[in-house]
Write a new protein. Structure first.
Length: 238
């Protein structure tokens, strides 16, 4: 007579259940965060601003003409920062569950947090005109506030080096541990390589380093969305 073999079912507190639950939530969070990042990121592109030597009259005209866009930039940036932090948290969980964890996950957390801080600072500098009327300020004050954008841009360039190194690290680990698909991992390595090439601008402006900078900037813009979608697809497959 045939007998039925009973297999043990993991309890909610078992290591297996505890491991799959947070991982599934992390993948789901990454999917939502990646899509939100992409949509919100479109609204964070600031309008083209006048050159560094612009006088106060030109700055006031620029603010008046682009006040609606600057408002959209500020609102979109807040949403994008939340999405980025959610994605970074999800990536840390994935690294701890399917990757090496440890130092790698801590670096991803630190680099992602730095990227979020840079975004807040950058958009706060450009959103100052939502709270300050340039017509009520003197020419010196207007030029000083506008010049703060140079510091925001410099901080952004520095933070981009760190975030692209994070992209490269995650992508390199994904090739070995396979928590991301191979095309996504290769894309991340290309983004990191673009940032490495762009460092040639320290020696002077040239077409190669400028191309690398564009690859790094737009690659970093797309990478969170691509990673989030990839993790979401792998969740559905599993």
């Amino acid at each position: 007579m045939a007998t039925r073999t009973a297999y043990p079912v993991p309890s909610p507190t078992s290591p297996t259940a505890a491991g799959t639950g947070p991982l599934r939530r992390a993948r789901r969070t990454a999917l939502v965060a990646g899509l939100v990042w992409l949509v919100a990121g479109v609204g964070t592109f600031a309008p083209e601003s006048p050159g560094p030597g612009t006088d106060a009259t030109g700055i006031r005209a620029h603010v008046e003409q682009n006040l609606d866009v600057l408002t959209l930039n500020a609102a979109s940036s807040l949403v994008a920062v939340v999405a980025l932090l959610a994605l970074v948290s999800a990536l840390v969980t994935v690294l701890q569950a399917e990757g090496p964890g440890g130092t790698a996950s801590r670096y991803v957390l630190g680099a992602g947090t730095l990227a979020a801080v840079q975004m807040v600072f950058f958009h706060a500098v450009y959103a100052v005109w939502l709270f300050v009327d340039p017509a009520a300020l003197g020419d010196t004050e207007v030029r000083a506030l506008y010049a703060a954008g140079l510091f925001a841009d410099a901080f952004g360039s520095l933070a981009l080096v760190v975030t692209c190194s994070m992209v490269g690290l995650v992508s390199w680990l994904a090739l070995g541990h396979r928590f991301l698909s191979r095309p996504v991992a290769v894309l991340g390595l290309l983004v990191a390589a673009g940032e490495l090439v762009s460092l040639g601008q320290l020696l002077g402006e040239n077409p190669v380093s400028s191309t690398g900078m564009y690859v790094a900037i737009f690659g970093w813009f797309l990478w969170p969305a691509v990673v989030g979608v990839d993790l979401g697809i792998r969740l559905r497959r599993r």
